[in-house]
Design a protein around this ligand. Sequence first.
Ligand code: ADP
Ligand code: ZN
Length: 613
Amino acid sequence: MDPKQKQFSIWYVFVALWALMLIQIFVAPLFNPTEIPYSEFKAAVTADKVEEVSISPSVIHGRMKPEPDSAKGSPPVAKDGRVFDTVRVEDPDLVRDLGTHHVKVTGVIESTFVRDLLSWVVPIALFVGVWLFLLRRMGQGQGGFMTVGRSKAKIYMEKEVKVSFADAAGVDEAKEELQEVIEFLKTPEKFRRLGGKIPKGILLVGPPGTGKTLLAKAVAGEAAVPFFSTSGSEFVEMFVGVGAARVRDLFIQAKEKAPCIIFIDELDALGKARGMGPMAHEEREQTLNQLLSEMDGFDPRVGVILMAATNRPEILDPALLRAGRFDRHVLVDRPDKAGRLAILKIHARSVKLASEADLEAIAIMTPGFVGADLANIINEAALLAVRRDKDKIELADLQEAVERVIAGLEKKNRVLNPAEKERVAHHEVGHALVALSIPGTDTVQKISIIPRGIAALGYTIQLPTEDRFLMTKSELENKIAVLLGGRVAEEIIYREVSTGAQDDLLKATDIAKSMVKAYGMSEKLGQISFERERQPLFLQTGQPQPPGDYSEETSREIDCEVRRIIDEQYARVRTLLDKRQDALREAAALLLGKETMTGEDLKVIMAKSGARQ
Ligand code: ADP
Ligand code: ZN
């Protein structure tokens, strides 16, 4: 919500409060007669001042006569023509008195009923009126391609989508699965005639930036149908009922334009399992229910297809995933090397490259990168080339762009003091030395002590030679060893460790834990996996695993084994680096001077100091 919008809603709250106050002051008294003592009432009757009364078992409700000439001196009973109330007391003479003074009498079973009703209903009706008015007001305004009326949610409609499947790469399986949807949108009649199963809700699942939005758009582009897009967070509102109204609106709009695609990004924002979160959120629940009933209510044959994206399918309300709703899941995963190359090529179409071949090198460097990262690399490289007055992007620009994307932009204002810098240099060389000393680990590409981003004070870029799907026990151990290299180097040089290794230790511990708990790589615990195999797509979410069903004793054994693995690697790295102390010092000194060095530089130093030993 932008500040302007917020101001607006505060304004509305003000108006509503004002209306309430006015009601209190002006409307309520009309229905709240003055209460007078019974004796005064009797006096008024005797003085012929009462026009009419209605008598209920407990209360007498009445109206005074308009007083002729407003005679002065009369006792200050209730004012002329005004209504009054008095509590009824046991008075056998009352009816007779009323008769003699010609007061109109009606009996009422419970005379306050109508009044009570009025005093409640009128303010409520007024309030609801104001409310509806405000809702309508909120729905107006706001730009975009086209904003759906009556609803504040930003819903964009694109009539002609220019994106096609050719703009997305590395997601071939997803494309294949979506092909059918395109067929249906293109020729709904054919599907109807043949009675094929028509897709209704398709959930695109994958990490951020893998191209889910892009794919949904491409489906619309390929089928040449309008594309409605919005985000789940647009429906999360403070006021109960607003989100639900928006959902209803969205579907009304879409049905008018069918065949079309509705795309909801961040479905998890509105589709979180009910009852989750700090409090049961009634508004979200209503919105979700509205979405469910809209999905159940529309006939897929009208040609509206709902697509949604999430990177956390596990927190979605199960009701959303049931048959007839988002029952089709399409995995949009991180691209492999070939996919990355294809994506880089797509984005390189709009820039000038020195050589196509360079992109392959970049694809090799970037396992784990998603499409958005790769698009970013090309963009950064183009900017760098421009800054250097080149007319083509060269490999060096691309490489630097990768580094920038990896570690965030160079923080110019962040200056380490010399002692810190020296420590970071030894730490990084420690990692690199271990990596170079152990055969079979990823080759070291670059070591740097230029701080980048917030978290990394220095970094060592290791290049995997290929994408890996399986890892052996010793490979995992080697990974742990490399991670421990930084801390051990600090310990050797300074005899004291620092906080700089926290992230390394965390990663090392995670690997060791997985070895023991998931992969059955501990002899002591045997070939037992305590962890359900995670779906590959959940790997990236960082969701805590549900606790395994093992005893406390096993849990203790697991801890022991994790510790043993780490300790063993620690000892190994210590021996290894102790032997290479000369190289460590020399390389750190060089790194301090140059701020960056390559793996080759380090190899040369290692060879030299090895020869001296
Ligand atoms: P998501 O919706 O999965 O978070 P987006 O579709 O918004 O990701 O991707 C953001 C941008 O990244 C896209 O506009 C596109 O430029 C680029 N991108 C992402 N994935 C791909 C891909 N598979 N192929 C080509 N470009 C991609
Ligand atoms: Zn480190």
